[in-house]
Design a protein around this ligand. Structure first.
Ligand code: HEC
Ligand code: HEC
Ligand code: HEC
Ligand code: HEC
Ligand code: HEC
Length: 412
């Protein structure tokens, strides 16, 4: 009896050990395969850490830019999961086509990109150096425009004709690097579940804007020219700022102007706010789907107490296949409402309210800002859980663009 039990126990333990061994062998095999796949990918698309050695200035600028975090943010992780678990989420490579575009050359490794992004600390790059500097052509006849990568050639394409030689790579001048075309393959259109007119267009009629007609390209504003070292120890020359100023940075002050006028007419007061966009493309650009800019008006009366407030939202509202509103552009089949500020548009908003009582003056405050992330509660909770900063993650804060305030006397 005792012996048979012992035998049984032995068999059970043996089977368990075998199972553990098989699983861990499987896991190790999997890890080894992933490491091998990553090495193959990085042979074709060398890691940015390889460039840092000689291009320290550029690397440090890029590292502070949102581009360096294109598959790292808690929001991207949460949105990627929302996509993969939705009925639209069949193509695992879709999001990476722009967020880590080397996936285009390694379509069969899409799962590796997903696993790395989900880990929260991907060692694969997102939009890094060679993801731009190996592009030798952009095909704008495609929607979205498609980059052609020159992999395995050891040539870095860039803006200089008179480049200094170096031991790591060949260099070649390409006009593309001074042109918006380079940026358009990721910034012009996002593929959508259904045909939303011209695909899901992000920029609007940017090419008809005054700025673009006067010769400005995306780089003029988003990679401003400066003087510095293009490679460590090289003579100073004209270089391009790689911090990619956008929502963060000085450029924001050039986004819009507010002109406010207030008319007190007895019991009734009317405030007119003209929002002048100075941006030669849509403001905001409409991906991700929750992107919006908000104009808030607040009136403070006696004892600085708020007596009136109201707002206008500039963005795009989508509906999914069931006709429900959705912030996820990947499942959008219809645009319900479009209020984005068009390129260089001036939008005039009127607010009417009862003139504040028991006071000789009142304050008018108008603020234009990028709104925080919005969406279903589960999605917001997921971002919070994914972020090391929790509810303090910057995506939950609005970013002010322009402010106006004045004190208005009430004539007796
Ligand atoms: C391979 C795709 C790709 C290309 C090419 C690309 N971008 Fe981007 N860009 C992105 C992604 C993805 C993000 C968002 C990163 C994030 O926040 O996670 C981004 C973010 C930005 C931002 C920050 C936006 C903000 O909200 O603050 C700016 C500015 C920008 N890109 C400008 C450019 C310019 C200028 C070019 C061309 C020289 C360019 N990009 C080319 C993919 C690309
Ligand atoms: C056609 C290129 C393209 C595709 C495809 C694309 N994105 Fe983006 N994505 C961008 C660009 C460009 C930005 C920066 C936009 C800006 O700041 O105005 C961006 C920004 C974002 C952001 C905000 C920045 C951040 O990292 O928190 C999220 C989230 C995001 N994308 C999620 C996704 C998901 C999920 C998918 C797949 C369903 C996807 N994107 C597919 C180009 C793309
Ligand atoms: C989103 C695309 C993009 C990314 C990412 C990017 N670059 Fe560039 N880079 C450009 C463009 C465009 C120019 C030329 C801009 C111009 O002259 O108008 C440029 C210029 C350069 C130059 C020559 C002038 C200078 O600014 O020093 C070097 C060197 C360079 N990049 C290296 C890098 C390295 C290294 C990285 C990664 C740390 C990187 N780039 C990331 C697009 C990019
Ligand atoms: C051994 C040092 C070294 C390494 C490593 C290196 N570079 Fe360079 N690179 C240089 C030098 C030197 C120049 C010439 C700069 C000049 O002429 O001002 C240069 C020029 C460039 C240019 C400008 C080419 C042109 O014609 O406009 C680009 C783009 C570039 N490098 C990208 C990269 C990228 C991306 C990596 C990483 C994959 C990298 N470099 C790694 C030294 C290096
Ligand atoms: C005349 C200057 C100018 C040009 C040219 C320009 N932009 Fe912008 N862009 C701005 C300003 C100003 C803002 C708004 C303030 C900010 O976010 O910094 C902005 C915002 C952005 C943002 C982030 C904010 C958002 O709404 O999501 C992206 C991404 C962007 N631009 C991409 C591009 C691309 C791609 C091109 C080329 C097709 C381009 N821009 C051309 C001035 C310019």
């Amino acid at each position: 009896m005792k012996n048979r039990r012992g035998l049984l126990q032995g068999v059970v333990i043996g089977l368990l050990l075998l199972a553990v061994a098989v699983t861990s062998y499987g896991v190790q095999q999997g890890l080894a395969q992933d490491a091998k796949a990553q090495a193959t990918i990085e042979k074709a698309f060398p890691s940015s850490s390889k460039c840092k050695r000689c291009h320290e200035r550029v690397f440090e600028e890029w590292e502070t830019s949102p581009l360096s975090r294109s598959i790292h943010t808690p929001t991207f992780r949460a949105a990627l999961d929302a996509y993969l678990t939705s009925s639209a989420g069949k193509d695992k490579a879709l999001c990476f086509r722009c967020h880590a575009p080397h996936v285009r050359e390694f379509a069969d490794q899409a799962q590796l990109f997903v696993t790395q992004a989900q880990s929260g600390e991907p060692s694969l790059d997102g939009v890094a150096c060679v993801q731009c500097h190996l592009i030798k052509q952009v095909d704008r006849t495609k929607q979205p425009p498609e980059p052609k990568y020159d992999i395995g050639s050891k040539t870095m394409y860039g803006p200089y004709k008179d480049f200094a030689q170096n031991l790591a790579h060949q260099s070649m001048e390409l006009g593309l690097f001074h042109k918006s075309d380079l940026c358009l393959n990721c910034h012009q259109v996002v593929p959508a579940a259904a045909d939303l007119g011209k695909g899901n267009d992000l920029l609007g009629n940017w090419d008809q804007s005054k700025a673009v007609k006067s010769g400005k390209e995306c780089q003029t504003c988003h990679m401003p020219e400066q003087v510095g070292e293009s490679a460590n120890g090289e003579a100073k020359r004209k270089v391009a700022n790689h911090t990619f100023p956008g929502r963060i940075g000085q450029l924001r002050q050039e986004a819009a102007k507010l002109e406010v006028s207030t008319k007190v007419d007895g019991e009734k007061t009317t405030v007119t706010v003209a929002v002048q966009s100075l941006v030669p493309h849509n403001l905001p650009t409409t991906h991700p789907g929750w992107a919006s800019v908000v104009l808030e008006l607040e009136i403070k009366g006696k004892n600085l107490k708020t007596v009136f407030n109201d707002k206008r939202v500039y963005g795009r509202t989508y509906a999914d296949a069931k006709g429900q509103k959705t912030v996820f552009d990947f499942e959008a089949v219809k645009v319900l409402e479009e209020t984005v500020l068009k390129p260089e548009e001036k939008r005039v908003e009127t607010f009417t309210f009862t003139t504040p009582k028991d006071t000789k003056t009142f304050d008018v405050e108008a603020v234009l800002s990028y709104a925080p992330v919005t969406g279903p509660a589960a999605f917001l909770q997921r971002i919070e859980a994914e972020s090391s900063k929790g509810a303090q993650d910057p995506v939950f804060q609005s970013i002010p663009i322009a402010k106006f305030s004045e004190n208005v006397p009430i004539a007796r």
